[in-house]
Design a protein around this ligand. Sequence first.
Ligand SMILES: CC(C)(COP(=O)(O)OP(=O)(O)OC[C@H]1O[C@@H](n2cnc3c(N)ncnc32)[C@H](O)[C@@H]1OP(=O)(O)O)[C@@H](O)C(=O)NCCC(=O)NCCS
Length: 210
Amino acid sequence: MKSLKYYIQTLLGKWLNSPIIPKDKTTGFSLVRSERSHTTLGKRAYAVEPYYLHNVQLGDYSYFAKNAQVANTTIGKFCSIGPNFCCGLGIHPTTGISTHPMFYRGKKAEHRQTTIGNDVFIGANVTVLDGVTIGDGAVVGAGAVVSKDVPPYAIVGGVPARIIKYRFDEQTIEKLLQIKWWNSSDEQLKQIQQHFDNVAEFIAEWRHFN
Ligand SMILES: CC(C)(COP(=O)(O)OP(=O)(O)OC[C@H]1O[C@@H](n2cnc3c(N)ncnc32)[C@H](O)[C@@H]1OP(=O)(O)O)[C@@H](O)C(=O)NCCC(=O)NCCS
């Protein structure tokens, strides 16, 4: 049975529209609505509710679909992140007597910073483990568990995630990483849009955009 404290907190939270939110005692996540702390959202960046975001920097135009649970993660611009994304939620050392935090809290690192580049597409139901770096332009297939770094423009999938293929050939990737189109002005973005279906043409024309 839920405690009286739970109902009082829920009512207060609703009435004050304040972050007084009952939490699941085991995970620390909100039971009733979204929670966000030490988090910055860039221009037009957003997260669909419900979400739990702690110490997250989300770049311009990037978004989380429903039910993102993300901590200690920096994410670049123009990233599309599918539903039920779990990222940077912590490390439980496996070499001690127990994996329970009671035994190591304050003595061992429980978190590592995770980094996701620009223009990264992450499918539904993906987990990214602490400390991983996902390169610019990468794609993570639905259902993957990403335990190692992902190179720029790689498409990875599976548990653990492995490289399936690359989005473009090596030379094209090199050029795109030099161009870094995601840092473009709004005016340049409009021009980029016109070349959406022809990457070679875009690379050839890019120097005229400035
Ligand atoms: C990863 C993904 C982008 C690849 O798409 P694609 O480039 O069209 O790739 P293909 O469908 O040609 O598949 C290439 C190979 O990868 C495999 N594959 C595709 N998706 C996979 C996944 N999620 N996990 C593991 N393997 C996958 C395919 O079975 C195929 O294997 P094969 O070469 O042995 O036949 C896509 O399959 C995917 O997972 N998209 C996410 C969809 C989603 O979550 N949408 C909601 C977002 S809001």
